[in-house]
Design a protein around this ligand. Structure first.
Ligand SMILES: NC(=O)C1=CN([C@@H]2O[C@H](COP(=O)(O)OP(=O)(O)OC[C@H]3O[C@@H](n4cnc5c(N)ncnc54)[C@H](O)[C@@H]3O)[C@@H](O)[C@H]2O)C=CC1
Ligand SMILES: O=C(O)[C@@H]1CCC=N1
Length: 275
């Protein structure tokens, strides 16, 4: 087995934090602390506490992972800096939160630790991380050391593929494409199923065919060295049925325009969450 992952402080153990934690445990994680204010059901081989005030005084994590909603970030960051300025100084702060910039995160931390120069990394994973098939975009702020960057890459590689981006604004595009992306794919599965039922297929049949089409196509794309355009071409007989459907879907004013609008709305929402 590869070298264990160093001790972490995970703040927020919901959908994303939980998926990350499970992968890190599977990869061998040094004794760590998980904070979740609301979940009663959490069990973990690591120490689970309800509040930042419960972090043991002798606990010194290599990284703090912030996986609460962006709207909850400010009090969490201010309290962390008030209670444990040493952690803010020594650990890399990894935010998976949409929208919030490294400078905003630093500013919240500096409210109660004015001399700190926090090392902040933004990571934008997605929910296929729960099965080790995630895709994460990362951005490192100025104060992040090469060793901390390597650690962040190890942490997110534990749940799938990673790609570092620059400048920071590109993280909002990552959020729009891959962070939120699974929701678009699941919407496609939902719409295929519902439309199939509305056109006359039995619900069980529609569900089976829609699910297997989306999951099988994803797996084919994963296993193939061809790009998506070629895989699509192989389905599309000239003058055939698929071509008839694609003439509707891929018309400039249909999917291409709608997807662009959707991704722009996503980026705009990141900007709103940031302010
Ligand atoms: N769900 C997704 O697909 C993705 C989510 N993210 C980001 O991950 C973050 C979390 O999102 P989800 O996991 O979906 O939300 P979630 O609601 O499932 O998890 C958030 C967790 O934080 C806990 N929490 C709330 N306040 C807290 C506090 N003061 N201290 C400790 N724990 C607290 C909640 O009890 C909850 O378990 C968000 O910032 C989101 O932008 C990023 C990429 C993908
Ligand atoms: O919907 C959200 O805000 C988060 C960020 C990416 C996926 N879920």
């Amino acid at each position: 087995m590869s070298e264990p992952l160093p001790s972490l402080l995970l703040v927020g153990c919901g959908q994303m934090g939980g998926a990350l934690l499970n992968a890190w445990i599977a990869h061998g994680l040094e004794p760590s602390v998980v904070i979740d204010r609301h979940r009663e059901d959490l069990s973990s081989p690591h120490q689970v506490v309800r509040a930042l005030t419960d972090i043991p005084a002798d606990f010194h994590p290599a990284a703090v992972i912030l996986a609460v909603k962006p709207q909850k970030a400010r009090p969490v960051l201010e309290e962390l800096a008030r209670l444990r300025p040493d952690i803010v100084t020594d650990a890399v702060i990894v935010s998976v939160m949409a929208g919030l910039s490294t400078s905003t995160i630093s500013a919240f931390l500096k409210t109660n630790a004015p001399t700190a120069r926090p090392a902040v990394v933004r990571a934008m994973p997605n929910t296929p991380s729960a099965i080790g098939r995630g895709a994460t975009g990362l951005f490192a702020g100025n104060a992040v050391t090469p060793a901390q960057k390597t650690l962040c890459d190890r942490l997110l590689s534990a749940v799938g593929a990673t790609a570092w981006v620059h400048p920071e604004e590109q993280i909002d595009i990552v959020t729009a494409v891959s962070g939120s992306g699974p929701a678009y794919v699941f919407l496609l599965a939902e719409l295929l199923e519902k439309t199939a039922v509305s056109m006359g297929l039995a619900p069980d049949t529609a569900r089976l065919l829609a699910r297997k089409t989306v999951s099988g196509s994803g797996e084919l794309l994963e296993r193939s060295s061809e790009d998506a355009t070629e895989l699509r071409r192989r389905v599309t007989s000239p003058g055939g049925t698929t071509a008839a459907a694609l003439a509707v879907l891929d018309a400039p004013d249909n999917c291409p325009r709608i997807l662009r609008e959707a991704l722009e709305a996503n980026v705009l929402r990141s900007h709103e969450l940031a302010s």
